[in-house]
Design a protein around this ligand. Sequence first.
Ligand SMILES: CC(C)(COP(=O)(O)OP(=O)(O)OC[C@H]1O[C@@H](n2cnc3c(N)ncnc32)[C@H](O)[C@@H]1OP(=O)(O)O)[C@@H](O)C(=O)NCCC(=O)NCCS
Length: 172
Amino acid sequence: MELRYGVAGAADAANLAALSIEVWLHTYARDGIRQAFSDYVLSEFTAAKFEAHLSSPSQTFVKCERGEHLLGYLRMNFAAVCPTVPELTTEIATLYVRARHARQGIGTALLAHASDICRRRGVMGVWLMVNHENAPAIRFYEAQQFQRNGSRTFELGAERHENFILWRGLTP
Ligand SMILES: CC(C)(COP(=O)(O)OP(=O)(O)OC[C@H]1O[C@@H](n2cnc3c(N)ncnc32)[C@H](O)[C@@H]1OP(=O)(O)O)[C@@H](O)C(=O)NCCC(=O)NCCS
């Protein structure tokens, strides 16, 4: 069955939440599950929070499905000012592809669909944050011509993690 890309809606909220928990834990809980991780994913990735994101006029989700199965998604926020390049106001807030379906071009295709949506809205550049230890994702974004511009600290309970800020211009 073919991969299908499209804009997600309210009916996708539960699948987006479940996929997020799966990808987040796979990416960051390298040594196992601990309390701070469980508290974070169960409070952050709920169907209710995704319903709120999906109904926000400043956010758009692009999803990748095969048949009725969600494989990955990208969330854009058009009203998020970049901390280090304030003229950039469109953030790639999330880009998650299931590990079982990684390295098949899905992340690249989600980014290409999102970039098309941005160009149609007149957006000239996008920014995002990536954990400084997330080497695979950093390599992915480098392959997509993103450049680094500073960093910010992300707080998870009492823990502090450095996030690199990356950005990419979009040609009209
Ligand atoms: C990072 C991520 C979005 C990439 O999506 P993907 O569908 O696997 O990426 P693609 O198949 O489109 O990869 C395109 C290119 O990016 C680079 N790349 C992607 N994953 C990589 C990895 N694990 N290691 C090294 N390079 C990688 C490669 O150059 C790759 O091309 P190639 O496979 O021909 O060598 C996905 O792996 C993911 O969701 N990871 C977990 C969550 C995450 O870290 N998200 C980003 C946080 S901000």
